[in-house]
Design a protein around this ligand. Structure first.
Ligand SMILES: Cc1ncc(COP(=O)(O)O)c(C=O)c1O
Length: 387
């Protein structure tokens, strides 16, 4: 956010973080035809992540994010970390996410949790409207809609496979995660969009388990929400909502406060509420320290060819799933997350005992492969499960 009357930041000592500030906008060598940023991204995790198979739970900090967090601690301790300082990080992060999602920056709001943005959208849908959710989707994409049932909002749940067929003329909003947290299944975003358009339904898509490894271009939703602490490797508390222009008018900014103001520094006190005309009207005031470390992390992914990350992550996931002899469904194939039935958590215990970090959700063991992993992690995990 920029503001003519923002409190000026005191002159702070130059730090390593200053040297990365604005890197997103600067032309860099990775823009050349031969460098798609992938090797540079992997280098950021050098020495980290051996045996860490849990990007779907939380990402690891790239070197630039770690350096920015440490610099921020120093600035904070020295009394130099004020609102204007953090505004720069918020602006960088917003730009980087817009680039990653291939949307206009003016259509991107910042916040701290998926559920807050889903809650705002849930509060904005008309009385009695139908919302279609995915059976077993992550609760941040389901519970906010259930909380609207007192005014006649009806929530219907359908399996991810064939979700598009469950969209009817009664459906007002389809709310789904592009990649399912519990199963790793990847939704058919284009079919869902086409079916929604056919009946004039709106689409909310959560890309928290997708952004950072799955190219987002095919995912054209009216609203896209993303908490960036998993595959984009930012701290928790850096979340974005991108809203298509036609949808902005349909949403009520129920959590509006100073940061949603056209000029936040003129919007610190009542009685009137001059909100931004862009999607910034949906901004939730930022979790400052999270954005300080989050901006360089998101910039790194925004300046990398995500198709390369996809191919790398999925090749490792496929090698693991094939080694385990898993029969995967069409929606599970092509995912960086591999899950399988593990009702007593025996598989998860074996992985954990071997020093690997994995997770279990909804009675399933779950492993995820990202840029810090390599074939050695696949072999270790298969050996742990065979032993
Ligand atoms: C698909 C999905 N969305 C969102 C979240 C996080 O939700 P929130 O930002 O509300 O904590 C998770 C966490 O596992 C998730 O898997």
């Amino acid at each position: 956010m920029s503001s003519s009357s923002a409190p000026a930041a005191p002159a702070a000592p130059r730090s390593a973080a200053d040297d990365t500030a604005g890197a997103y906008d600067r032309p860099t060598t990775h823009d050349s035809a031969t460098d798609d940023g992938f090797d540079r991204l992997r280098l950021q995790f050098e020495g980290l992540g051996a045996g860490y198979l849990a990007a779907c739970t939380g990402g690891l900090p790239p070197a630039a994010a770690r350096a920015a967090a440490l610099d921020d601690l120093d600035l904070w301790s020295a009394g130099f970390a004020g609102p204007a300082h953090y505004d720069a990080a918020v602006t960088r992060a917003r730009h980087a996410f817009a680039r990653l999602a291939d949307v206009d920056t003016a259509n991107v709001a910042i916040g701290s949790q998926t559920s807050v943005f889903a809650g705002m959208i849930a509060a904005s849908i008309p009385d009695g409207a139908e919302v279609l959710c995915v059976d077993g989707d992550f609760s941040s994409m389901v519970f906010p809609f259930l909380q609207q049932e007192h005014r006649g909002v009806r929530v219907r749940h359908a399996p991810l496979t064939g979700l598009e067929d469950a969209i009817t003329t009664r459906t007002h909003l389809v709310a789904y995660s592009l990649v399912q947290s519990a199963t790793g299944e990847v939704a058919d975003a284009q079919s869902i969009r086409t079916a929604a358009d056919a009946v004039g339904a709106r689409v909310l898509c959560d890309v928290t388990q997708a952004a950072g490894w799955l190219p987002l271009e095919p995912c054209t939703a009216d609203a896209l929400v993303c908490h960036t602490y998993k595959w984009l490797c930012a701290p928790r508390g850096v979340c974005f909502l991108s809203v298509a222009p036609r949808f902005i008018e349909e949403l009520r900014p129920i959590h509006a406060a100073w940061y949603a103001g056209e000029n936040p520094w003129d919007a610190c006190y009542g009685p009137s509420a001059p909100l931004a005309s862009s999607a910034r009207r949906f901004d939730v005031s930022p979790a400052w320290q999270a954005f300080a470390a989050g901006a360089p992390a998101i910039e790194l992914f925004a300046s990398t060819n995500i198709r390369r990350v996809h191919d790398y992550d999925v090749a490792l996931a496929d090698a693991f799933a094939n080694g385990l002899g898993l029969q995967r469904s069409a929606r599970e194939l092509g995912s960086a997350i591999v899950t399988w039935s593990d009702p007593g958590s025996a598989a998860l215990e074996r992985l954990t005992s071997a020093g690997l970090v994995a997770s279990g959700r909804a009675g399933r063991a779950r492993v995820a492969f990202h840029v810090w992993n390599d074939e050695g992690d696949v072999e270790r995990a298969l050996a742990a499960l065979a032993g």
